[in-house]
Design a protein around this ligand. Structure first.
Ligand code: AMP
Ligand code: GLY
Length: 368
């Protein structure tokens, strides 16, 4: 109350699924983010899959299980590859892609029996493996009007060439050449608007950012997952390209005044390279002093977004796995890539790691 905060914007999924938006509203404070019931689109994969099935929103075929015996029997019945997913939140680690039956059985054991993710593994979703290329589609909604944000593509794997285990995201670019205007319309009409209408119909009106993780493949668009928040690191390049006032957009969404809003986007391309602590997504060190932040941040059309950093004894130090999102604008994707990496090269700490190939997938698509 002392600071007279007009609007609170919630970043991560955990407070949303615990009901922070409901608490704020009860206290008469304005907040941007879905209610506890609406956040279940991310908080429970079984819930969001069930909703998609009931409202004909395209997604992978699946079944849900709360009994490991039945889950095992199902795996034996259908052919791999398949995907085993813990129902609840698991910080992005509860999804196991299984090329063979024994991997699926092991995933069921870890999630349901050994409870690797605690109560999040009381249920699993087992679904068909989808081929294609992934894209992230974010929209801001007040529960009725759905305003699309510029599409982005993430690089989830830790190593170059999309090798190694998945992370929260190692780099992004926007626009995504994969996402043509026709495809964008299809996603709006078949996924985003129907989802917001479905939530209204279910008595869980959805207000906030609706994030769809999509697989774009031969059979068209399918939803991999929904998130109830901004994506990291999708949001960094999207923000660099937004030419309208973010506060006005989020305030309108929180107050149910989005009707008629259309956003203006820069024609420039934006690329975000995530700098991570060596060892991430496994164990990593904290507390390394970061140098070069002012030089990089001072470059034109460059913004260094902090994620896992802290201030200690007058220095900025690392304090998380993904430490910085170094983001640049350019005339074309090539220039944006080059500028982002010039900025990255100015920044260093002991053990810093980043992928060297962020954006190249987009570049290949454009020159092909
Ligand atoms: P999710 O949290 O459900 O989006 O899953 C995390 C990641 O696992 C996705 O970004 C995809 O890379 C991969 N994934 C999830 N579901 C599938 C699927 N049905 N087919 C192929 N890959 C998948
Ligand atoms: N980059 C994926 C996410 O924010 O969930």
């Amino acid at each position: 109350m002392k600071e007279r905060i007009d609007l609170t914007v919630v970043g991560p999924e955990v407070p949303l699924t615990l009901g922070i938006a409901d608490e704020f509203e009860r206290a008469g404070l304005r907040i941007f983010g879905p209610s506890r019931l609406a956040s279940e689109i991310e908080g429970s994969k079984a819930f969001s899959k069930g909703l998609m099935a009931r409202y004909n929103i395209p997604t992978a075929r699946y079944r849900e299980f709360s009994d490991p015996l039945e889950a095992r029997a199902y795996v034996k019945e259908i052919a791999p590859p398949l995907v085993v997913k813990a129902d609840g939140l698991a910080a992005g680690k509860g999804v196991v892609i299984c090329a063979a039956e024994d991997e699926a059985l092991e995933a069921i054991e870890n999630i349901m029996v050994k409870k690797a993710f605690g109560p999040s593994g009381a249920r699993v979703v087992i679904e068909e493996f989808l081929e294609g290329e992934e894209a992230s589609f974010l929209a801001v909604t007040d529960g009725k009007t759905v305003v699309p944000l510029a599409p982005a593509q993430d690089h989830k794997a830790i190593y170059d060439g999309d090798m190694g285990p998945n992370t929260g995201g190692m780099g992004t670019y926007s626009p995504a050449p994969l996402m043509t205007p026709e495809l964008e319309r299809e996603v709006m009409e078949r996924v985003m608007k129907p989802m917001v209408e479905a939530m209204e119909a279910e008595g869980r009106p959805y207000r906030g950012v609706l994030y769809a993780g999509l697989m774009i493949g031969g059979v068209g668009v399918k939803v991999l997952e929904f998130n109830c928040r901004f994506g990291d690191p999708e949001t960094q390049p999207i923000m660099m390209r937004l030419e309208d006032d973010l506060f006005d957009l989020l305030m309108r969404a929180a107050e149910g005044r989005l009707a008629g809003v259309r956003l203006k986007w820069s024609d420039k391309h934006a690329v975000c390279v995530v700098m991570a602590a060596g060892g991430y997504p496994g164990d990593y060190a904290r507390g390394s002093v970061i140098s070069g932040l002012d030089e990089a941040g001072g470059m034109e059309d460059v913004m260094v977004f902090h994620a896992g950093t802290a201030f200690k004894d007058g220095h900025v130090v690392t304090s998380g796995g993904r430490v910085l999102g170094v983001t640049a604008l350019g005339n074309g994707i090539k220039e944006a890539i080059e500028r982002a990496y010039r900025a990255v090269e100015l920044i260093s700490w002991e053990g810093a790691y980043y992928r060297k190939d962020i954006g190249y997938k987009a570049l290949r698509r454009l020159v092909r």
